[in-house]
Design a protein around this ligand. Sequence first.
Ligand SMILES: C[S@@+](CC[C@H](N)C(=O)[O-])C[C@H]1O[C@@H](n2cnc3c(N)ncnc32)[C@H](O)[C@@H]1O
Length: 282
Amino acid sequence: MAPMQLTPASRIQEQQSPSMSSDDSVSPLRSKIFAAEWPLDEQIREIASTVPSHSFLANPAGQYSCIYLTQFVKAFSEKHFGRSFSSVRVLDWGCGKGHVSKLIRDLGPGQVNSCDLFSGGGHSTFGQEVPIIKHFDIQVDPLQHEYILPYDSEAFDVLLSFGVLEHVSNEPASLGEIARVLKPEGLFFCFFLPARFSWTQWIARKRGEDYHDRLYSEAKVRAILSGIGLEMLDIWYRQLLPKNSVHYPKFRMFERFDLFMTEHTPLRQLATNIEFVSVKRR
Ligand SMILES: C[S@@+](CC[C@H](N)C(=O)[O-])C[C@H]1O[C@@H](n2cnc3c(N)ncnc32)[C@H](O)[C@@H]1O
């Protein structure tokens, strides 16, 4: 499957709500990387198929978004820093099952640190079975504090939140720590934030599966970043279709349809996630 034809940035700006993207040079790269064809990680699929709590990673549609998001992290970092990913130090914050750390590690960064709350519940590395972490011998730094990170200031080029920020108990303090441990011009990628008008979140609530207490609008995301020295580079909606437990016959085709709907139609407002990349200004 060939990568999707790029839409000129100015057209994307027109089609999106006016403030959705802050930098014309970012969203075309995102569109290209998200829509390209990437291989699944078969090792992760095999390990995940043995543990029910990991089943979404054995499901191609569930695993795939982690694949292209990590590819985006690499491509965007190289463009932003103007150097190879092999010189980039990454923190996988709240790494849970460890699959993102494994995927990033395979992309050849300078270093990946992984950490998770030591006293966390069932979603923490330290509160569940972690066959991926064990198999790939991923060292996970235990966080003894709800928001203080055990790293020097300006230690990382890139910090990843894959479904973490919406779970922290003190959001401003955690964001302050993120800004502290990032180097000047360092990048904070925030993925899987549950969106304010998401239809899947609405159904989960109706069913009593109230997993996410906090939901995020674009205005809220911009507000939480203001005043902590992180500048928004790009913000977007993703995932109109449920992925983790639904088995699509041609998952890449469904993914590309989904990406089209969230990029080019107003239905994006109903998507499950709102996501962004921001930079720490000097
Ligand atoms: C939904 S899980 C996501 C795990 C993993 N990032 C992934 O992609 O599957 C949420 C994670 O956030 C972690 N977490 C919650 N509060 C945290 C905090 N204050 N600091 C760091 N991690 C936290 C949890 O322990 C858990 O690992």
